[in-house]
Design a protein around this ligand. Structure first.
Ligand SMILES: C[S@@+](CC[C@H](N)C(=O)[O-])C[C@H]1O[C@@H](n2cnc3c(N)ncnc32)[C@H](O)[C@@H]1O
Length: 237
């Protein structure tokens, strides 16, 4: 019985993954994204602990926060990263934006438990950030590009570039293709069962940052419990 279940899966895996590894198509649907994140809200931090917390530590290290900075986190989710930003930038400006009001509500609750309330949360869309040009020293964005349709990657990179000050940095982590065979399992999962991963799939965003005018400073590939991620730091020059 188990063999019967596993065999078709392994055939499908070989046919769909070993042979083709291209960026999977996704469509823009804000209502669906909001609904998806409402549904996974209860377990999101647990998922993050298992698969994304290692990348988050590297992002923070690369960000090299200086107190007094103006920092924007796009797609701040439940506020895990923003909490750490706030600890290291108590006297600066700490702004989080997310599309999902439910994720923001959780972030707000979490951040309000901190003694330092020097943060702002805004509902908003990465495709049209509601900030002036040259506003921030640092922009952080974790695991959001991987759920956006690839035809918007240019626009996203351009928005990041626009809101950063000259010499400002972007540090970003994404679900990646990985380097080992085991990583292909995640590509297969994203292809066959997109809902399980709220539509996230492996992407390659580096070239879009370069096209927007960024200079790549670090490009790191990691995996956590087999889940592959890429972390990139780039400077607006
Ligand atoms: C996979 S979660 C990552 C959350 C957080 N960055 C983290 O690493 O824990 C993706 C987040 O992107 C947000 N998001 C999706 N589409 C967005 C958009 N167009 N603009 C801003 N945020 C968006 C979702 O609401 C969700 O909070």
């Amino acid at each position: 019985m188990l063999c019967k279940t596993i065999c078709p899966l392994s055939e499908s895996f070989a046919a769909e993954v070993i042979n083709t590894m291209e960026v999977l198509e996704r469509h823009l649907n804000e209502t669906k994204t909001k609904k998806d994140y409402r549904q996974v809200l209860w377990m999101y931090d647990f998922w993050g602990c298992l698969t994304e917390s290692k990348a988050a530590k590297i992002v923070l290290n690369l960000a090299n926060l200086k107190d007094g900075s103006e920092i924007l986190e796009v797609a701040c989710g439940t506020g895990e990263m923003l909490k750490k930003i706030l600890e290291q930038n108590p006297n600066g400006k700490n702004v989080g934006v997310d599309l999902s009001p439910d994720m923001l509500r959780k972030a707000n609750k979490k951040l309000n438990k901190q003694s330092n309330k020097n943060f702002e949360l805004h509902e908003g869309n990465v495709l049209q950030l509601n900030f002036s040009d040259n506003s921030f020293d640092l922009l952080i964005n974790n695991y959001m590009v991987d759920l956006m349709p690839s035809e918007y990657f240019d626009k996203i990179a351009n928005e990041f570039f626009r809101v950063l000050k000259p010499n400002g940095n972007v540090v970003i982590s994404t679900f990646s293709f990985g380097t080992k065979n085991i990583h292909k399992f995640w590509y297969w999962l994203a292809k066959r069962f997109p809902k399980l991963l709220t539509g996230c799939r492996p992407v390659q965003f580096k070239q879009f940052l370069i096209n927007a005018g960024f200079k790549i400073e670090n490009d790191i590939e990691i995996s956590q419990n087999t889940f592959p991620s890429q972390i990139i730091k780039a400077k607006k020059i």
